[in-house]
Ligand binder design. Sequence first.
Ligand SMILES: Nc1ncnc2c1ncn2[C@@H]1O[C@H](COP(=O)(O)OP(=O)(O)OP(=O)(O)O)[C@@H](O)[C@H]1O
Length: 283
Amino acid sequence: MSVIEVKDLKYRYPDTTKLALDGISFSVEEGEFIGLIGRNTAGKSTLCYALSGLVPHFFKGAYGGSVMIAGLDVRTTDVSEVTAAAGLVFENPFSQITGSRFTVYEEIAFGLENMGLPRDEIIKRIEESLDLLDIRKVKDKNPFDLSGGQMQRVAIAGVVAMKPKVLILDEPTSQLDPQGSDEVFKVVENLTKEGITIIMAEQKMEKIAQYADRVLLLDDAKLIAYDTPEAIFSREDLASLGVQPPAVTAIARHLNKRKANGHYPVELDELKGLLAEEGVPHE
Ligand SMILES: Nc1ncnc2c1ncn2[C@@H]1O[C@H](COP(=O)(O)OP(=O)(O)OP(=O)(O)O)[C@@H](O)[C@H]1O
């Protein structure tokens, strides 16, 4: 069974006249890493909110179609139950970190205490999250004294400790330097190995090419395509959709180097392989 099933989802924010999501349908299998891309205002954040229950429970407005997460209908299920199944991580870790706790350890405990879990279970989950997010060495520090990458990993730990089936990340690296971004991508990849399904809105196409199993491409509230990164980045109309392909794909297009399946490569090693087949020398 698909862990996410979205059917003909339509949504309009209150006091607006235009749909922010217009007839979106797709499904995701358990353990997949799905990239969510598209130009500004395409609808990426709104889709993240719809998958995590903020739409329609917090943002009201007009809603049609359905979103099922792990068998729960988001619209008719209590928001706390939806949040337990689909955790949302925001762009800016400052928005996520409660500020009410003095240490990383206590910060991760916050959500678990609110869930009313027994003390032993809380400790077990914090310990697991510290390792999964690679933040054990900062566990006694104040979350606000950390680097951006560490802070975002603490924010993710707080959500992951609640053991959601689906983790939704809305441009989690946009505020981070390259090192912080790399740290976040590495730990998120680890999470897929734990079986967590990932939906990540992201502007860094190199990273999407590297990590995503499939990509949702949105434009003007509509789902334009849902396919592998190489199929998406090989589209001829990408520029008109406001998406810049990874540099490797742009170079391959320029050189007209396609793989046997007709797609351009998205990773450097693939392009090197194609050039090597033709005897083009490279480092
Ligand atoms: N709270 C809101 N109230 C009314 N309209 C909104 C609200 N939030 C977003 N919108 C509108 O919904 C549409 C989709 O916006 P959304 O933020 O989902 O796009 P996005 O792809 O995430 O863009 P960005 O990359 O800039 O975050 C836009 O037209 C936007 O103006």
